[in-house]
Design a binder for this molecule. Structure first.
Ligand code: NAD
Ligand code: WQD
Length: 351
C-alpha cells in the first residue's frame, strides 16, 4: 500500500513543489492549509501538474476538531508540517500572532497526532535557528540562537520536538533546516507568490525585472565578503522538495528496519538536517546571474544594513548526503531561469 501523508501548509511555496515531488515518488497526499498565505489556484495548478485532483482540506492547524476529523478518516504514515507564518519583520510587530500560529498551532497538531498514534513527522525548520554563526559552513551541531519572534518560534518548536522524542521513543522526527529557498517549478505553473512587497531577495529581484518595482535596495556593501554584500546559500525549491521525499523515505526505511529487529531498537527520535547546497552566493552575484538569464538590467542602490541581517551563511550539506542520500543538483543559473520563467508567465502571481 502507498504511504499516505498529511501536508500542512501544502498550498504554500515550498509545500506546493513538495506535493508534486511526493506524487512523483508515489506517496498519497492530503493537503491541509488555511490559505492565509496561499490560494486555491495553487491547489488547482498542482492538480493540473499531477493530472488528478489532490485531496485538499481548507483548515487551520489550531482547529483541533477539524484535525481530528481528518486523522479519523485517513490512515496516515506521517505528516510534513510546513504550515506557519514566515515574515521576520511582521513577527517583530506581531509576536503573539507568530507564537500562536507557529508554536501553539504545532503543539495542537502534535497532540492530535499523538491521539491517533501518528508519530512520524518532517518539520520545516530554518537556518535562522543558527542566528549569527560562529563558523562556516554551518553544521547541525552549531550553536542555536535567534533574535526575532519568527526565528524563536522555529527554535521553540525544535525544543518541543526534542522533549517529545525523550518522553516517547515512538516518535520519528526530522527537522529540515532550510537555507534560502528560491526558484520555481520548471513548468512555470507554480512558484513563490508574495502577497505584498517581497521581503526576500530573489522575489524582489524578479519583480524589479518584470517592472513591478523600480529598483532593488541592497542592504549593505561593507560586509566582510567577496564584494561587500551579504552571502547566502540559495537552494532551488525543486531540490528542497526532493529533500522532503528523501526524509520520508529515510523514516520509512528506519521504521521497517526497526520492526525487523528483535533486540536493538533504533528509532529516529529528533534528527535535525540542513538542506542547503553548501555554496555561498553574494547579493551582487545573484543579481548578475539573474540579469544574464533574463536579459534584464536590475537597477539597484546600496542602502544601510538591514537590522538583524548577518554577513554570510551557508550550509554543511554532509549530513543530508550521508543519511538521506540527498544532495542539491540545481545551479544558481537554474534558480534564476526558473524564477524568471514563473515571474514572466505569471506577472501577478496566482491572481
Ligand atoms: P508559505 O507561506 O508559502 O507556506 C506556508 C503555508 O502554510 C501557506 O500556504 C499558509 O496559508 C499555510 N498556513 C500558515 N498558517 C497556517 C495555519 N495556522 N493553519 C494552516 N495553514 C497555515 O511559506 P513557505 O516559504 O512555503 O514556507 C513553508 C515553511 O517553511 C514555513 O514553516 C516556513 O517558516 C519554513 N521556511 C521557509 C523558508 C523560506 O525562505 N521560504 C526558509 C526556512 C523555513
Ligand atoms: C538575503 C540577502 C539581505 C532583500 C530570510 C529569513 C530566514 C529565512 C529565509 C525562513 C541578505 C539581502 C534582501 C532586499 C537585499 N526564512 N537583501 N535587499 O535574510 O537570508 O533570510 O529568508 O526561515 O529566516 O531571515 O533572506 O532573501 O531576505 O536576504 O539586499 O530587498 O539579500 O540583506 O543579505 P535572509 P533574504
Amino acid at each position: 500500500m502507498k504511504n499516505k501523508v498529511l501536508i500542512t501548509g501544502g498550498a504554500g511555496y515550498i509545500g506546493s513543489h513538495t506535493c508534486i515531488a511526493l506524487h512523483e515518488a508515489d506517496y498519497d497526499i492530503v493537503v491541509y492549509d488555511n490559505l492565509s498565505n496561499s490560494s486555491r489556484e495553487a491547489i488547482n495548478r498542482i492538480s493540473t501538474l499531477i493530472g488528478q485532483n489532490i485531496e485538499f482540506v481548507e483548515g487551520d492547524i489550531r482547529d483541533t476538531e477539524l484535525l481530528r476529523k481528518i486523522f479519523a478518516s485517513h490512515e496516515f504514515f506521517g505528516v510534513i508540517h510546513f504550515a506557519g507564518l514566515k515574515a521576520v519583520g511582521e513577527s517583530v510587530a506581531k509576536p503573539l500572532l507568530y507564537y500562536n500560529n507557529n508554536v501553539s498551532g504545532t503543539i495542537n497538531l502534535l497532540e492530535v497526532m499523538t491521539e491517533y498514534n501518528v508519530k512520524n513527522l518532517v518539520f520545516s525548520s530554518s537556518a535562522t535557528v543558527y542566528g549569527d554563526p560562529e563558523s562556516l559552513p554551518i553544521d547541525e551541531s552549531s550553536k542555536r540562537s535567534c533574535t526575532n519572534p519568527y526565528g524563536q518560534s522555529k527554535l521553540m518548536v525544535e525544543h518541543i520536538l526534542e522533549d517529545l522524542a525523550i518522553s516517547d521513543t515512538g516518535w520519528n522526527m526530522i527537522a529540515l533546516r532550510y537555507f534560502n529557498p528560491v526558484g520555481a517549478h520548471t513548468s512555470g505553473k507554480i512558484g513563490e507568490d508574495p502577497k505584498d512587497i517581497p521581503n526576500n531577495l530573489m522575489p524582489y529581484i524578479s519583480q524589479v525585472a518584470i517592472g513591478k518595482l523600480d529598483k532593488l535596495n541592497i542592504f549593505g556593501n561593507d560586509y566582510p565578503t567577496v564584494d561587500g554584500t551579504g552571502v547566502r546559500d540559495f537552494i532551488h525549491v525543486t531540490d528542497l522538495a526532493q529533500g522532503h521525499v528523501a526524509a520520508l523515505n529515510y523514516l520509512d526505511k528506519q521504521i521497517n528496519l526497526n520492526e525487523s529487529r528483535t533486540i536493538q531498537k533504533n528509532l529516529v527520535g529528533f534528527l535535525p538536517i540542513n538542506l542547503g547546497t553548501g555554496k555561498g552566493t553574494s547579493v551582487l552575484e545573484l543579481i548578475s546571474a539573474f540579469s544574464d538569464v533574463s536579459g534584464k538590467t536590475i537597477p539597484y542602490q546600496f542602502t544601510s544594513r538591514r537590522s538583524g541581517d548577518i554577513s554570510s551563511c551557508y550550509a554543511s550539506a554532509d549530513k543530508a548526503k550521508s543519511l538521506l542520500e540527498w544532495q542539491a543538483k540545481l545551479s544558481i543559473t537554474d534558480m534564476c531561469k526558473d524564477t524568471w520563467h514563473w515571474q514572466s508567465m505569471n506577472p501577478n502571481g496566482y491572481e
